[in-house]
Design a protein around this ligand. Structure first.
Ligand SMILES: [Zn+2]
Length: 435
């Protein structure tokens, strides 16, 4: 594997500012995503992938054609039968970075042969990547780590994924002896602001399974995500000048305060839950005496539990109404995404082959759950089973973000093995025979 080539790709991509803008009406929300997409489409074209393109939404798509039937001689007895169909699989990563920390002027620092210990970032001595906060660090002694200078995020979420997919494409193009079916490459925009799948056309991807490369560390497969709804609670009060308000004003600010106080806070909140526990999370408030809007996240691994969380919000609204009879309170709930576990169960090969591919490399996959969503949550819900795989990124969305080159290389090796596993049983060679 070309470690240096992969490193150079990663450094090239992180220096394009692709911060997503939550308040933008545009798609993609920032021009840097278009610039990075253009660069990637050009690089994919240069690899010889003639259908590589950036579509009208800024999404980059390309296909690595199947090698299987050009490289495996068909026994003559098969001539009368149509060749077996090797499923198309898709590899997906997102171009944007989180708006939580700026991605402008990223100055990546390459730390070769990491000696262990805390890492003080050179642009801001107050920014220290501490072993105490990063228990995975001691095991990475001797590896190559990439950090920022402490003044920006790194953008390994998800440019580590982008670099891993690009390097995999380059490797497969250069090694046509590896048997595989069609492999679709897909780079999406605005994942970090929840719009990653909005403009994606599943007919254009036309794959049996998809893998997002947007996971933490190495060798992990995210097989479950939260199920998610969002509530907007609107409280309309009665506004009148305070001088003549006696007996007439209904202050929506006070009603909103009571609403929030009525929500559970010593349980069922992000601050007090972990693992498989769900929560209600009031995360935004705006307005004044006449009207207040509250935005609240509803999260649970079991989609059925969301109805119970919604009921709690309605009960809270009813209690507030009793104390503020003139207030008009509405609870509007929008569906966001669903736990991918259900959809993955309908195509068990998606996870099983990813585990099997890692086994062929002598490693064991760790199945993990995400207390959030991925593009794969929505894609799986829409009918394209999409587990999320590790790609060497750590500490996302923060100036303390870092990546490990060797873990990124491991992800490329994993994907190469994965496309081969998908071809087996459909006429592909076993790895042992393929050499
Ligand atoms: Zn991501």
């Amino acid at each position: 594997m070309h470690d240096q080539g992969l490193l150079q790709r990663f450094l090239r991509y992180v220096q394009v500012n692709t911060t997503a803008q939550a308040d933008s009406e545009n798609y993609p929300s920032s021009p840097g995503q278009l610039a990075l997409g253009r660069l990637l489409a050009t690089e994919l074209q240069a690899l010889g992938l003639s259908d590589a393109r950036q579509n009208q939404h800024g999404i980059v798509l390309a296909t690595i054609p199947a090698t299987l039937f050009q490289n495996v001689a068909q026994p003559s007895s098969n001539v009368a039968q149509p060749p077996p169909v090797v499923p198309t699989i898709a590899l997906c990563a997102h171009l944007d970075t989180s708006p939580e920390t700026t991605g402008a002027g990223v100055r990546p620092q390459v730390l070769e042969n990491y000696a262990g210990g805390d890492i003080v970032l050179p642009g801001d001595a107050g920014q220290v990547i501490r072993v105490a906060d990063n228990p995975e660090l001691p095991a990475l002694r001797g590896r190559t780590l990439i950090t920022t200078d402490g003044t920006t995020l790194l953008g390994a979420d998800d440019k580590a994924g982008v670099a891993v997919v690009m390097e995999t494409a380059a490797w497969l193009v250069a090694h046509s002896e590896i048997p595989h079916g069609p492999v679709r490459i897909c780079f999406t925009c605005d994942e970090e602001v929840g719009r990653g799948v909005d403009k994606l056309d599943l007919d254009e991807i036309a794959a049996t399974a998809c893998y997002t490369l947007d996971g933490h560390g190495s060798g992990e497969i995210d097989v479950e995500t939260f199920s998610a709804d969002q509530a907007v609670v609107t409280i309309r009060g009665v506004n009148i000048h305070p001088s003549i308000a006696k007996g007439r004003m209904t202050n929506a600010v006070r009603a909103a305060a009571q609403f929030i106080a009525g929500l559970p806070h010593d349980c069922l909140s992000p601050e007090t839950t972990e693992g498989r526990e769900g929560f209600l999370h009031p995360y935004e408030i705006s307005g004044g005496v006449a009207e207040v809007k509250l935005k609240i996240l509803l999260r649970d691994f079991a989609a059925a539990e969301l109805a119970g969380l919604a009921d709690r919000l309605r009960q809270t609204a009813a209690a507030v109404r009793r104390d503020f009879p003139a207030a008009e309170i509405t609870v509007h709930i929008d569906r966001q995404y669903r736990n991918m576990a259900e959809g993955l169960a309908r195509e068990p090969r998606a996870v099983a082959y990813a585990e099997q591919a890692l086994q062929t490399l002598g490693r064991t996959a760790k199945l993990t759950i995400v207390r959030g969503g991925t593009d794969g949550s929505r894609l799986t819900e829409l009918g394209l089973p999409t587990p999320n795989l590790s790609c060497g990124a750590h500490n996302p969305h923060s100036p303390l973000e870092w990546a490990c080159l060797e873990e990124m290389v491991e992800s490329v090796e994993w994907l190469v093995a994965l496309v081969e596993v998908w071809s087996e049983g459909q006429g592909g060679r076993r790895r042992a025979e393929g050499g």
